[in-house]
Write a protein that binds this ligand. Structure first.
Ligand code: NAG
Ligand code: NAG
Length: 243
């Protein structure tokens, strides 16, 4: 299946051979710097952004999700959110959301907007109000290079599991679901779905359904894969990966 060629720059495909997990998984998976204007040192935006970041580091681990805005005037106001994977502990969440903004400020030092993803969390900020809207701009795929032996059956079962988990996630109060199903005699397929809590339940479902519809582009016949956006994500593997 040809994949990345079909997509423009905003959609970047990333291949992985192995998911090497360190103890915390601290390598970022991916990031984007927004293309909007830059802020300058000592500007009101910088000050608001720093306050916003500190606030999100503090609030996000309490529930696994945080959103906030800081500032009063247009062009100075910063909006941000952070989301931890639904199964990580408060302390793992705190480690991740503390590290994320440092890394993002290295990678996108003066961008008014940026987003970064890790296994355990996502961190995003922007100079415009993006809350409650499905993020169609920031998205990437990951897949395992290994092919399954029977793609048609495997793809069908993967889609079925992820669709069930989309159903489960949007009615869950944390917009998070995990599950598994048997593949033949000895193998098991594991899946995860999650949305950011600023979305309505309907939009959470829509975001996940749209992501699942990208399975053929992302992960056709692959042993593992993810479609990850600023609003929702899924992941499946043939090994357990949640805590
Ligand atoms: C923003 O700053 C970066 C360097 O940090 C620079 O490469 C980029 O061109 C700047 N963008 C604008 C729109 O000024
Ligand atoms: C998986 O299948 C694709 C398409 O048939 C092929 O190009 C690729 O080399 C295969 N990967 C492995 C690891 O065998």
């Amino acid at each position: 299946m040809s994949s990345s060629k079909l997509y423009t720059t905003f959609l970047f495909s990333l291949t992985i051979t192995l998911l090497i997990q360190t103890s915390f998984g601290a390598e970022p998976l991916f990031h984007f710097c927004s293309s909007s204007e830059n802020f300058t040192t000592n500007s009101p935006y910088e000050s608001n952004l720093k306050t916003l970041i500190n606030s999100l580091i503090y609030t996000t681990p309490l529930t696994g999700f945080g959103d906030a805005s800081v500032g009063q005037y247009q062009n100075q106001k910063a909006y941000g959110l952070a989301l931890c994977r639904g199964d990580v502990s408060a302390s793992e969440c705190k480690t991740c959301v503390s590290e994320a903004p440092q890394e993002i400020l290295n990678r996108c030092p003066y961008n008014k907007g940026a987003i970064i993803w890790y296994d355990y969390c996502m961190f995003k900020y922007l100079d415009t109000d993006f809350f409650g809207k499905i993020d169609y701009t920031n998205k990437f795929y990951m897949w395992n290079l290994k092919n399954v032996s029977d793609p048609a059956t495997f793809n069908y079962k993967t889609r079925e599991l992820l669709s069930q988990l989309a159903q489960k996630a949007y009615v869950n109060n944390r917009y998070f679901a995990t599950g598994e199903r048997k593949l033949g005699q000895s193998e098991t397929l594991y899946g995860l779905t999650q949305c950011t809590k600023d979305l309505s339940a309907t939009d959470c479902k829509k975001c996940l359904d749209d992501a699942i519809n990208e399975l053929p582009n992302c992960c056709d016949g692959k042993e593992g894969g993810r479609v990850v956006s600023g609003s929702c994500n899924f992941r499946y593997e043939i090994y357990p990966f949640v805590n």
